[in-house]
Design a protein around this ligand. Structure first.
Ligand SMILES: NC(=O)c1ccc[n+]([C@@H]2O[C@H](COP(=O)([O-])OP(=O)(O)OC[C@H]3O[C@@H](n4cnc5c(N)ncnc54)[C@H](O)[C@@H]3O)[C@@H](O)[C@H]2O)c1
Length: 400
């Protein structure tokens, strides 16, 4: 079986890749029956020459490979019919901007596997870039704070070589006595925690956080059972909330009154209550003045996120009174960092980490008859049709 590491063709260019040269060598060792080729690329974080140094063939035409492995959406005219493809297709939530892509995939009888749909038998995602989004998102929030309040001047992550350099930069700063709230307990939140711990911010329980002030910076981690509660006053249940959050309402306000800097790292499911609304942000006791919204749902659960921001211009201000965008350092504004492609800022580490999990969780399935059902669950299209699991996308494909 021949695997091709394909070139990223989306604009702006994404420098990430599923396999670093080193991880691909490991894959070659573990699966001697597999063949790997590299499609030449001038944007990838690892150069063609490095792959060649590791003994891989780097070519322009990879059309004789069986399985194409990429990161971002492949443009329709670059899709090769009748192949297996792995990439983030951003189609499973019926994203309108990728309807034509899904149609082309079906027309070209491509077997599409999406990195996002690579899950274990309980439905938990096995691979992703979440940790890197958390790392970069927390750093960017701290960077915004330093610039806005004239405290320190951290460089942009994209100008640094790797995670170690990011961490080295953070050694040079001292945070003021602020209170930081972090939502989520998943991959993103773990990445953010790694940064907060590295900066030496101490974690405190929510009971203490909600009742005390401190003489040093602290952070508190909350998940659904803290920032939401049952409307009927009964005790909530996390799994029940995931399945159907309609019986819940926000419990975020007590935290908003005790927080300076909010890092959003939760997943927001359909019909869940908003964490805070535009009205909430107007409340005189609403204390948050800095939001690093890594979850980045626009005009939704975190009301100050009125748009996503870019790596180039990562910060903007939200004026709670006029409910509109203002400069990030305007008087009375909530400063917002809402970059929606954070892992792109750390392409080397993100690629290395992603490849290791792809190697552990996905590649074996090609050689063990998919004994854990990984490929079967992840497959969205087969022979020009949607697979059973993804039949719900049929009306999206058929729609105008
Ligand atoms: N800004 C970016 O560049 C970027 C990059 C990667 C991920 N993200 C986003 O960050 C968010 C968190 O990602 P993650 O990888 O940490 O996810 P995860 O699955 O590892 O963790 C999800 C977290 O959200 C909570 N949650 C709340 N409602 C849930 C529900 N209905 N189903 C599942 N979990 C629920 C969970 O309890 C958990 O704390 C996602 O919305 C993701 O799209 C953003």
């Amino acid at each position: 079986m021949k695997f091709a590491i394909i070139k990223e063709r989306k604009n702006p260019p994404d420098r990430r890749v599923v396999f670093s040269p080193q991880t691909l060598s490991e894959a070659r060792k573990r699966f001697p029956e597999a063949q790997f080729v590299i499609e030449s690329s001038d944007v990838r974080v690892f150069s063609d020459e490095i792959y060649e140094k590791y003994g891989f063939e780097v070519i322009d035409d990879v059309s004789d490979a069986d399985v194409m492995i990429g990161v971002k959406e492949v443009p329709v005219d670059a899709l090769i019919p009748n192949k297996d493809y792995f990439f983030f297709s951003h189609t499973i939530k019926k994203q309108p901007y990728n309807r034509d892509l899904l149609r082309a995939i079906l027309d070209k009888k491509i077997n599409l596997y999406d990195h996002e749909t690579i899950v274990d038998k309980n439905g938990f995602r096995l691979i992703g870039f979440g940790r890197y989004a958390g790392l970069v998102g927390a750093y960017n929030g701290i960077r915004a704070l330093g610039i806005r309040d004239g405290l320190f001047n951290l460089p942009k992550v994209e100008t640094l070589y790797d995670l170690q350099e990011v961490k080295d930069e953070l050694q040079t700063i001292k945070l003021p006595n602020i209170k930081i709230l972090l939502s989520g307990t998943g991959k993103v939140a773990n990445g953010a925690t790694e940064i907060l711990d590295h900066v030496g911010v101490k974690e405190v329980s929510d009971a203490l956080y909600l009742t005390s002030e401190f003489t040093e910076p602290v952070y508190c981690r909350v998940d659904v059972m803290e920032y939401a509660k049952r409307k009927d006053g009964k005790v909530g249940d996390r799994l029940e909330f995931y399945a159907d959050p309609t019986g819940y309402e926000s419990n975020f306000m007590p935290y908003a009154k005790m927080t300076d800097f909010f890092i959003a790292g939760h997943f927001y499911g359909n019909n869940a209550p908003y964490l805070f609304t535009r009205e909430d942000a107007k409340h005189p006791d609403f204390r948050i003045n800095m939001v690093a919204d890594i979850s980045c749902d626009i005009d939704g659960p975190v009301a100050s996120t009125i748009k996503s921001s870019t790596i180039e211009n990562p910060f903007y201000g939200y004026d709670p009174i006029s409910e509109s965008e203002v400069p990030f350092d305007a008087e009375g504004a909530i400063t917002v960092m809402a970059v929606d492609n954070l892992p792109c800022e750390l392409p080397k580490d993100a690629s290395e980490g992603f490849g290791e999990t792809f190697l552990d969780h996905v590649l074996p399935s090609f050689f063990n008859n998919d004994e854990n059902g990984i490929l079967q669950r992840a497959q969205i299209t087969k022979n020009g049709k949607l697979t059973e699991r993804f039949k719900y996308l049929q009306d999206f494909v058929d729609g105008a």
